[in-house]
Design a protein around this ligand. Structure first.
Ligand SMILES: [Zn+2]
Length: 426
């Protein structure tokens, strides 16, 4: 190990208590999204800390993006530390929003409780523990090597859990995730401390509606039941679509194993009795039934084919089933993305993992998307990965936690990788 790496290691080990405190304090902001609670307070907490450490701090509100109101402003923070002179910029991007709490918690999810070598709380794993690790890593690096060339940025961004439009997408539109400002991006999402996540599968969300004719429920033969038509759609999906999806297997290293196949979830179904249904059904034949589908696709698939697999089944029903009418509306889509294995950021983090953990990293693809899509597609920056200390399976679960030792190891990896990316040396 080089002297610098030893110096960084000592500093990070000595900052362990600080890392734990920082993680707990970040968890205490209940940044639940939706609606986007406490974003400004959390962003300012990060900004105040880094300003004291000599970072230039800027806040960017995602004006006009989904959910942005004066009550729930989409407040992002970017902090930048300039080195001694020109050089590349390494950027650590974490989302500050967390998902709703949900049932089954055995403790206060926003207390940041420390117990048995773990910090508990909503967002501990996804991804305030990763954010805290990157802050400690960068502070230790700046202290250990104050004469470095280039720049380091840390961002805390909003709305990742709802698509990232008011967060990384908004900032990328402003050029804040593009060269020449930024060269290398590490997103400390919880993909496990010894894994490098190169990218993610694609997504297509759509709403399918079957159409009927309203009539009195005592004389359904006078109408046409949209819910029965939707039943035919679901049954055709079971017979034709789900077996087709299960037969597709990607060569990409997607985890967990089940996500190596194409998948589709049916997110919701609504039919009959309007939105204000209160438990007293009306005697009506429903004229509309809607489902929302969430189709996740593989690098080997293209979006047009993915859509056609669904519409051809619907068109088939139109031919075979009397009075079958449907409408389909695209809601959003994201193409699969994957950073090359020999990209600088992949090599730097891979070598750092080998040095810190004495093992080779595993290369993975995430089953779901995260903000890398905006960095790649809007920022046109392809030197981007997800790497962070959280355990993937704990994300969004009750009693979510982060292991303190994992954060410490992962912070060392981040600091070593930063040095390599800034200097081109180990
Ligand atoms: Zn996340």
């Amino acid at each position: 190990m080089t002297d610098l790496h030893e110096h960084i290691t000592r500093r990070i080990d000595a900052a362990t208590d600080e890392l734990v405190t920082l993680t707990s304090e970040l968890i205490r902001f209940p940044t639940i999204n939706p609606p986007g609670e406490d974003y400004t307070l959390c962003a300012e907490y990060i900004g105040n800390r880094l300003k004291k450490r000599g970072f230039q701090v800027n806040y960017f509100r995602g004006h006009g993006t989904p959910g942005d109101t004066d009550r729930f402003p989409r407040t992002n923070i970017i902090a930048r530390y300039e080195g001694r002179g020109p050089g590349p910029t390494v950027h650590f991007n974490s989302h500050i929003d967390v998902v709703e709490v949900g049932p089954d918690w055995s403790m206060d999810p926003f207390a940041g409780i420390v117990r048995d070598g773990k910090v508990y709380g909503r967002g501990a794993c996804d991804m305030k523990g990763g954010l805290a690790s990157s802050i400690i890593a960068v502070e230790a690096y700046v202290d250990a090597n104050p004469g470095f060339m280039g720049a380091i940025e840390i961002s805390g961004t909003v709305d990742e859990e709802t698509g990232g439009y008011g967060g990384v997408a908004y900032l990328a539109e402003k050029g804040l995730f593009s060269k020449p400002r930024v060269d290398h991006v590490i997103i400390p999402e919880p993909l496990n401390k010894d894994r490098i996540c190169l990218g993610h599968r694609g997504v297509w969300w759509a709403e399918i509606e079957t159409l009927g004719v309203q009539a009195h429920g005592s004389m359904p033969f006078l109408g046409d039941c949209a819910v029965r038509h939707m039943g035919a759609v679901l049954s055709a999906f079971e017979d034709e679509l789900f077996p087709l999806l299960a037969s597709k297997q990607t060569d990409m290293p997607v985890v967990p194993e089940g996500a190596k196949k194409s998948t589709m979830n049916i997110n919701s179904i609504h039919g009959g009795d309007g939105e204000d249904y209160s438990g007293f059904p009306a005697a009506n034949v429903p004229d509309s039934c809607r489902i929302v589908i969430d189709r996740r696709f593989l690098l080997e698939e293209d979006l047009a084919t993915v859509k056609r697999e669904v519409t051809s089944i619907l068109d088939g029903l139109k031919n075979s089933r009397e009075d079958f009418e449907y409408a389909i509306r695209d809601m959003w889509d994201v193409l699969p993305t994957m950073t090359e294995r020999d990209a600088p950021v992949v090599k730097a983090v891979s070598q750092a993992i080998e040095e810190v953990m004495e093992k080779k990293p595993e290369y993975v693809i995430s089953p779901g998307t995260y903000d890398q899509k905006h960095v790649a597609r809007i920022g046109h920056l392809h030197d981007c990965i997800a790497y962070g200390p959280g355990i993937l399976d704990l994300a969004h679960r009750a009693d979510e936690y982060i292991i303190i030792d994992d954060m410490v190891e992962s912070a060392k990896v981040m600091a070593f990788a930063t040095h390599q990316l800034l200097t081109g040396t180990k």
